[in-house]
Design a binder for this molecule. Structure first.
Ligand code: 13P
Ligand code: ZN
Length: 276
């Protein structure tokens, strides 16, 4: 077996390609990270070698991720190219025992470093571990057009965005019972966006970053893809409905009682802060 055949690398690569094919990753847009399980580490260990690579400051301190290994896309790299040239476009990094720095142990063969959003990814993984959501190992950021369009028009606050996503399509609330977080404008790749996003990720699994895209955390690569697709589809339905209504609020969105009925019949407990 080669490392390319390991489940974690194959599934990671597949999400990069699936997201690209959806049109979510123009240029180097978007990034992906995965906190490897003990089993993944055991399978990949024969291929990992720090080769004297330096420890590089994370920019954030994540003590509860000390010693963790992450598969991650490279800064400036194209999702389109991941399946074509794995070794330069993705890498595996190890976090040091203080949770302050990482070093490359596989991949990034052209000297690339992890995504410029690595701080946002690390703080999201850290929030997952802190909140007992260890099963959420995937963090995925995509430049999803309809979700960006939505937050260009309506206020980028979590309640407004959540209600639109829930009310535009019956099963969105089943996918996102905790709702959708929303952030206003932040410079991409900044530690400010990483910290603001981490606050939202303590209580949400998905957030829209105004003018930029969306980020979410999931337990599997398939779930991450499904969540991003659901968010983007619901945002697209709302924007289409609004255009059909001459730019005004669509009249027949799901009501709050209908949302409660969907939750009751699916045994879902929604975040009631976002219901009237
Ligand atoms: P990276 O190429 O550094 O991952 O940046 C892409 C991006 O989407 C930044 O938000
Ligand atoms: Zn981005």
């Amino acid at each position: 077996m080669s490392i390319e055949q390991s489940n974690c690398i194959r599934r990671f690569t597949r999400l990069c390609s699936d997201g690209y094919e959806q049109g979510w990753h123009e240029g180097n847009g978007g990034n992906l990270s995965y906190r490897m399980s003990a089993e993944d580490i055991e399978v990949c260990m024969p291929y990992m070698d720090a080769k004297g690579n330096p420890w590089i400051e994370n920019g954030v301190t994540v003590p509860n991720l000390a010693g963790s290994f992450f598969i991650v896309t490279g800064a400036g790299k194209y999702m389109r190219k991941v399946s074509i040239d794995l070794h330069t476009n993705i890498g595996i990094v190890e976090i040091n025992q203080d949770g302050t720095a990482y070093r490359v142990v596989w991949g990034f063969t052209d000297g690339t470093q992890p995504t410029s959003e690595f701080c946002a990814h690390l703080l999201t993984h850290s929030a997952n571990v802190a909140n007992g959501h260890e099963e959420d190992r995937v963090v995925y950021h995509a430049h999803v057009s309809n979700s960006i369009a939505l937050a260009n028009v309506v206020p980028a606050d979590s309640r407004t965005i959540t209600r639109i996503i829930w009310k535009s399509m019956a099963e969105a609330i089943i996918m996102f019972p905790e709702g959708i977080g929303a952030l206003g404008f932040y410079a991409p790749g900044s530690t400010d966006v990483a910290h603001a996003n981490a606050e939202l990720m303590k209580t949400h699994r998905c957030a829209i970053w105004a003018h930029h895209g969306a980020i979410l955390t999931a337990s599997t690569f398939d779930q991450a893809f499904g969540m991003m697709q659901t968010l983007e589809k619901s945002a697209g339905i709302y924007t289409a409905c609004r255009a059909m209504c001459g730019g005004t609020e669509p009249l027949q969105l799901l009501t709050d009682d209908q949302l409660r009925a969907i939750c009751a019949s699916n045994d879902i407990k929604p975040n009631t802060a976002y219901l009237d």
